[in-house]
Design a protein around this ligand. Structure first.
Ligand code: DWN
Length: 405
């Protein structure tokens, strides 16, 4: 039985997706023979309520100088981080010369707003290539993993921070106790930590099983997040639902007793009780929904293949690695995947080795169906691909259910 990474209790995993490659391990044909696999298995700890991966991948295998995900590929996300930065400036930066630190700052999509206003800032990003992109934009960035040692170094050189930020990073870090301890070191006594990640409630309700992959070590609820930070003298003072990445939650954390706790925190706890995020049966039901969703998608794709229809994947997302490998999709069913990231183009998807091609290959010869692996960006993508629809093309989505649009 695996041991919980948060409370060290033992728990029973509730689902295995089988042998899985790295979600962002896009590769060349020469690299096929050495491809890395692990078992993608997820469990729920009844003691502290944390949902987590049972087998973790070494962070250095995932986040390195060739990490292919650049945050700035979505215009919707760029706008979202602009709004996030504005909120922080308006509500949480109260000192005369504030200092903002962001963990997992990627290509600087959020910090650029602080840099643009000459606000003291520092991005902490372990993937060298994306960190370099931020540096080129004039954003102060250090290429390291966020931990206690780094927190001490930052305090020694630049002092404590008024605000710590994290967007789609906290759930990626296996040693969350080290992060919480680092927050205590780096944060001013009256400071705030704000972070957001995909929300467990949405993942369950929408059967968004593709949120589960190596990089996401944890699947947060306000209950599990509260438990974690309470061990370190910190508390959740506010929660704000975000309509991005298929449903995210922003948590505002402060040293215990230094700020008023919003009623939204209690309301979300109550909603989680109703949803049953604390009950083993909920995860059994989730597993059944995932299996049903997989079977429906495979059935649909096989039927289209028999009818002689062309299906192309749209957006070689990290999430697609789980769907493709769990459902056993191959290039027989999905001809190729169109993606706008140069670092993924000309390569093959992890595990199933479906070719990834530039977007112009999609528009040059529209398929009959586009399987939307970037379903979380549906509005943005469908908005700009109206010609595909006008040419008779149809979208296939699988979250919250398998559907042809
Ligand atoms: O937590 C994480 C999330 C937030 O971002 C990660 N660990 C890594 C990444 O996950 P993802 O790859 O599933 O993210 P997205 O934003 O759903 O997908 C990005 C991919 O989609 C990129 O390869 C670019 C591609 N894309 C595209 O080809 N055309 C995206 C858009 C918006 C488009 O129009």
């Amino acid at each position: 039985m695996p041991k919980c990474l948060i409370c060290e209790d033992q728990y029973q995993p509730f689902m295995s997706f089988g042998r899985m490659p790295l979600a962002n391990g896009f590769l060349t044909a020469e690299q096929f023979a050495d491809e890395y696999f692990y078992e993608l298995k997820i469990g729920f700890c009844p003691a502290c309520k944390m949902v987590q991966l049972a087998e973790l991948v070494d962070p250095e295998k995932m986040f390195h100088a060739n990490y292919p995900f650049y945050s700035s590929t979505s215009t919707r996300m760029a706008a979202h981080f602009g709004e996030f930065a504005e909120l922080v400036m308006a509500k949480y930066l109260n000192s005369s010369d504030p200092f903002v630190v962001e963990m997992g700052s990627n290509d600087g999509i959020m910090l650029q707003h602080f840099a643009g206003r000459q606000i003291r800032h520092l991005g902490v990003e372990p993937s060298g290539n994306v960190a370099q992109r931020a540096v080129e934009k004039g954003i102060q960035t250090i290429c390291r993993f966020f931990d206690q040692e780094l927190a001490r170094d930052i305090v020694a050189e630049q002092g404590q921070a008024d605000v710590l930020l994290g967007a789609n990073v906290m759930c990626h870090i296996p040693d969350l106790h080290s992060v919480a301890a680092a927050v205590r070191i780096l944060l001013k006594p009256g400071g705030f930590l704000l972070f957001e990640d995909p929300y467990l409630g949405d993942t369950i309700e929408k059967t968004a099983y593709d949120q589960i992959y190596d990089e996401h070590a944890f699947y947060f609820s306000v209950s599990s997040v509260s438990y974690l930070f309470e061990q370190h003298g910190l508390e959740v003072i506010d929660v704000l639902a975000q309509p991005v990445h298929g449903g995210s939650m922003r948590y505002v954390i402060a040293p215990r007793g230094t700020a008023k706790v919003s009623e939204r925190v209690l309301a979300l706890r109550a909603r989680e009780e109703e949803l049953g995020v604390h009950k083993a049966e909920t995860y059994e039901r989730f597993r059944c929904s995932v299996e049903r969703s997989r079977d429906e998608l495979v059935r649909l794709l096989r039927a289209l293949k028999e009818e002689g229809k062309r299906v192309v994947g749209y957006a070689a997302t990290s999430k697609s690695t789980t769907v493709i490998n769990y459902c056993g999709l191959t290039s027989e069913l999905v001809e190729f995947i169109s993606d706008t990231t140069p670092a993924k183009q000309g390569k093959f998807t992890p595990g199933a080795h479906i070719p990834v091609k530039p977007h112009k290959e999609f528009t040059a010869n529209y398929p009959d169906y586009a399987l939307l692996f970037g379903w979380n960006h549906a509005e943005e993508i469908m908005g700009k691909e109206q010609e595909f629809k006008a040419n008779g093309g149809k979208w296939i989505v699988y979250v919250p259910g398998v559907q042809v649009i």
